[in-house]
Design a protein around this ligand. Structure first.
Ligand code: ASP
Length: 440
């Protein structure tokens, strides 16, 4: 009997997790869930993050050194950056179009604002977000370029927040492997080839636990959710974000069927485990190893392309996050600062949300920190900032789950498009142990 496909198992795990979370919340079992169930999810996320750096390093070095000549790399690099920027601008425009038409801010009453303000504006979380945003703001305009270049490769590899530095180091090493004589490059290249193969196998093994881990992750999200009254008050705003994210996914699928000539359902079924993990963990960095494995082995994108496009995408391409930032910024203005709703500010939002999504870390909640920067760039009154955050706090986690799913889908789509444009889209090559069962 053919066993159930991995994405179904993960989906079932998620559903049971949500149900279990609701049941435990109704019997005041929150502490039990946080003490005994939540750690299972945390272990899984740690395992995924554990393999992210070795995987990026090995696959990027292997990918580039397989290219045979550097001009191909230049072509791919340029295309990647241009397409990432275009998709992000499209995402923000969709968000702005929807929030300006549907005006979710108009339904928010004075009482709701004061209730949210009382509950969240002086919370520890809001303070941390504001101080993180302050640090980001104090950096000079070219600081992000300086931050990309490591001054210590080993240190960069030891810190998950420095993924871009690892990418820069791996690119440099890969290019130099192309430039030295072949017999000198071979031992190092073989080493990274082998490391790459082994780490991808680790992804398969870790994914065996995915259905149980997502159960734990979702149960803890549900028990730590806010009370339903607050969620209900923000339903229209959340609905606009979700609608925008949905349209963005439709946009990817249209491009895939028109340009890549692949059926949307086929594509979704191939990458769904990565999407479901992005949803459950709210972190594109945690989902990255699975995204790479799915795109290479199940969609058929050549490693030369996926090994560059995906890690770069996970760190700088966040279409879902930028769409959310556009909607959230305008929603906040509709409620707290209607006089700021002018065309020039909307243009400024496109520009700053684009930069902010590049600067957002691929971890839960990062989009909210950068939202503060977007608001400050349009001259939003700083004394209202804590209230602005309070306004969207309650629904941030569920929206983070949804936008991370779009971030990952965007990366997978762009890598497939680039592979197609370079003639590097081949047949899927599913290996043993994959999808939870050995393939004959
Ligand atoms: N959680 C998102 C990600 O990892 C970033 C954000 O929007 O907060 O892709």
């Amino acid at each position: 009997m053919k066993k159930l496909a991995l994405h179904w198992k993960i989906l079932i795990g998620m559903l049971i997790g949500v149900l279990f979370g609701f049941i435990m919340a109704s019997v005041n079992g929150q502490v039990f869930v946080m003490d005994w169930v939540d750690p299972i999810g945390k272990i899984f996320v740690r395992l995924l993050k554990l393999i992210a750096v070795p995987l990026i390093l090995a696959s990027l070095i292997k990918g580039i050194s397989d290219l045979k000549d550097i001009s191909k790399f230049k072509k791919m690099g340029l295309r990647t950056i241009v397409i990432y920027i275009i998709t992000t601008v499209i995402a923000i425009t969709i968000g702005l179009g929807l929030v300006n038409t549907l005006k979710p801010g108009e339904g928010i009453t004075e009482e709701t604002v004061s209730m949210l303000k009382e509950k969240y504006s002086s919370s520890e979380k809001a303070k941390t977000i504001l101080s993180n945003a302050q640090q980001q703001k104090e950096a000079g305009p070219l600081e992000f370029l300086v931050d990309m270049v490591p001054d210590n490769a080993i240190y960069a590899m030891s810190n998950n927040k420095l993924m871009l530095q690892v990418i820069v180091f791996a690119i440099l090493l890969g290019i130099c492997l192309l430039l030295v004589p072949e017999e000198k490059a071979k031992p190092l290249k073989n080493f990274f080839d082998s490391l790459n193969e082994v780490v991808l196998k680790m992804v398969d093994i870790i994914m065996l636990f995915a259905p149980y881990a997502v159960f734990a992750l979702l149960a803890s999200v549900v028990v730590s959710a806010d009370d339903p009254d607050i969620l209900l008050a923000l339903l229209k705003y959340a609905g606009v974000v979700v609608l925008g994210l949905f349209l963005m996914i439709c946009f990817y699928l249209v491009i895939l069927s028109v340009y890549v000539k692949k059926s949307p359902l086929w594509f979704i079924s191939k990458i769904s485990p990565a999407q479901l993990l992005a949803f459950s963990t709210s972190s594109s960095a945690a989902a990255l190893p699975v995204t790479m494995e799915r795109v290479e082995e199940h969609v058929g994108v050549d490693k030369e392309v996926s090994s560059f496009v995906l890690p770069v995408g996970a760190t700088i391409n966040m279409d879902g996050t930028s769409l959310y930032q556009g909607v959230a910024a305008v929603f906040i203005m509709q409620v707290l600062w209607p006089e700021g709703l002018v065309f020039s500010n909307q243009l400024m939002i496109i520009l700053t949300a684009l930069l902010a999504s590049i600067g957002s870390a691929a971890v839960p909640g990062a989009g909210m920190v950068m939202l503060v920067i977007v608001l400050e760039a349009i001259g939003f009154p700083s004394d209202l900032l804590p209230i602005a955050l309070a306004l969207i706090f309650a629904v941030d986690r569920p929206l983070d789950m949804c936008r991370t799913t779009v971030n990952v889908t965007g990366d997978a789509t762009v890598s497939t498009i680039i592979a197609k444009s370079l003639g590097k889209l081949g047949e899927p090559n599913v290996k043993n142990w994959d999808d939870n069962y050995p393939v004959e």
